[in-house]
Design a binder for this molecule. Structure first.
Ligand SMILES: [Zn+2]
Ligand SMILES: [Zn+2]
Ligand SMILES: [Zn+2]
Length: 148
């Protein structure tokens, strides 16, 4: 996670007023941190967000292509069904049209920092779930009275 923190600091969240700092003690010490608390880990693991602007899509790997090929062979041998080769391409295309969910990883962080649809939500997530040990881009609120 430490490397991801460094990585996140390379970016400025698009359209979000922020500063790169450790947050405020009072507020951040109350919470379970998704970066360094074992209970907080699940927050990072469970984080999942879809964005239509995300370019990371699924792709059939070699094993999956092989499995499809074997499956088509099986159909031909057992039921005498000849699956046209276009079906293979169509399945491949369906996969390529599906965007993966954004997770806490370098691709997703880069995307969320640079995407107007994602940056605010990601900044709120960081603000809610990271303790004051981490230097991170953090959303600037109009008033920090809610820290007291
Ligand atoms: Zn910045
Ligand atoms: Zn986005
Ligand atoms: Zn922490």
């Amino acid at each position: 996670m430490g490397d991801l923190v460094k990585y996140a600091n390379k970016f400025c969240p698009k359209g979000v007023s922020h500063s790169h700092d450790r947050g405020t003690k009072l507020k951040n010490n109350k919470i379970t941190c998704f970066l360094c608390n074992p209970y907080g880990d699940s927050i990072a693991i469970n984080f999942s967000k879809y964005c239509c602007k995300n370019t990371n899509t699924y792709k059939l790997d070699k094993n999956q292509k092989c499995a499809l090929f074997l499956g088509f062979n099986y159909l031909r041998n057992k039921y005498n069904i000849n699956v046209p080769v276009e079906i293979f391409l169509i399945i491949n295309d369906i996969y390529k049209s599906l965007t993966k969910p954004l997770k806490i990883d370098s691709h997703s962080i880069k995307h969320m920092m640079n995407c107007y649809k994602c940056s605010n939500e990601f900044m709120l997530m960081i603000d809610e779930h990271s303790c004051n040990r981490h230097m991170l881009p953090r959303i600037t609120r109009n008033s920090r009275f809610d820290d007291i």
